[in-house]
Write a protein of this length. Structure first.
Length: 357
């Protein structure tokens, strides 16, 4: 296997290039400024047997960590201990043996197979991680791309004068096209914590309304499965509400709060963000002065934590609208996870949400 294959796969998933640079540097591997130069560098060393095997293995590890732990929208449901225990030996029934995604996994399918795929999630793989069980699910996802249209491409003889005359009225012209990406989601059973989690792929920044549809699809499928296997109705009811965790994350002294949305007692809306993610908003004098003058209710937060040897810090976000701030029934049923390098990063941030709760 070539390291180029994994680099291309990471590029197709729109991994942050700075995150990839950080990963390569940690592993003492070649890096570059931008995708074009990086791919060229690895292509030029393709015949270097001394390094090829190690580079391929490292890039496979980076890629697997990316599809499991990075760019995820996470929903968490509580289970009874009885159902969590029973599901351990039953989840494999949900896995399709005929899925087109199974043959190439962990790499994506080719463009033709993706276009021929359904928009409905297809559970195709199961994996055990300690006491946790992970189901992989994949499907075709549509997204819009905006491209600038160059006038030069309309200068041919076949271009009508009317079209050229129309285009000449504008300084810039853009076109929208629909492209497809292969989403890779995970369903996690944490039987030791009596939880089920949906980790929905957000590598192409899809609308939260679309994410909610996917989460509801998994919820309905799991509920029907539990009903059929155990004759229990509506096991997964409402996802955990993360709104109260905004206050907890802000008040916990660890980490860096880099983004905070809040509404003041005088009814003004504040959204503060640090220019650089390594600094803590809570230590910023202007922010401290404001909180000393008025009380506020938070509606969104992003918090990061330092991890050994890494420049790009993993982040956890709880994102709500300002209209819910301070409401007793406010509800945010998902969190956003970004820039995770590993399972340790991911688990550390989830644990921060629930520790001392």
């Amino acid at each position: 296997m070539s390291p180029i294959i994994y680099l291309e796969a990471l590029k197709s998933r729109l991994i942050s290039f700075r995150t990839l640079q950080d990963e390569l540097t940690i592993r003492d591997m070649p890096t570059a400024l931008g995708w074009t130069l990086l791919l060229k560098k690895y292509e030029e060393t393709e015949g270097n047997i001394q390094y090829r095997e190690r580079w391929t293995s490292n890039l496979e590890d980076i890629y697997l960590n990316h599809i499991k732990y990075n760019s995820k929208v996470v929903y968490i449901y509580e289970l009874s201990a009885d159902i969590a225990y029973k599901l351990q030996s039953k989840l494999n029934i949900l896995v399709s043996d005929e899925s087109r995604f199974k043959d190439t996994f962990p790499l994506p399918v080719n463009e033709k197979d993706l276009k021929d795929s359904s928009f409905n999630p297809d559970i195709f793989e199961i994996e055990t991680e300690g006491e946790d069980i992970r189901l992989f699910s994949s499907y075709k996802r549509a997204f819009r791309t905006r491209d600038e249209i160059q006038y030069s491409q309309f200068n041919g003889e076949k271009t009508s004068n009317a079209l050229i005359e129309t285009l000449n009225k504008y300084e810039e012209v853009y076109g929208l096209r629909t492209d497809y990406a292969q989403a890779i989601d995970c369903i996690i059973l944490r039987s030791n914590k009596n939880r089920m989690e949906f980790h929905i792929d957000n590598s192409h920044d899809i609308l939260l309304e679309e994410v909610a549809k996917v989460a509801n699809y998994y919820k309905d499928r799991i509920n029907k499965f539990i009903q059929k296997e155990f004759e229990i109705n509506e096991c997964l009811n409402t996802a955990i509400n993360f709104y109260p965790k905004i206050k907890k994350l802000y008040e916990d002294a660890d980490g860096q709060v880099t983004d905070y949305g809040h509404v003041t007692s005088s009814a003004s809306v504040k959204h503060e963000r640090m220019k650089r993610g390594i600094y803590d908003l809570r230590n910023e004098p202007f922010h401290q002065g404001g909180l000393a003058a008025v009380t506020t209710d938070g509606y969104s937060i992003t918090k990061k934590w330092k991890t050994e040897g890494k420049k790009i810090l993993p982040s956890l976000s709880i994102s709500g609208r300002f209209s819910i701030a301070g409401q007793l029934d406010a509800n945010i049923d998902f969190i956003l996870i970004n820039d995770c390098h590993s399972q340790n990063d991911f688990d550390m941030m989830l644990n921060k949400l629930f520790e001392n709760a």
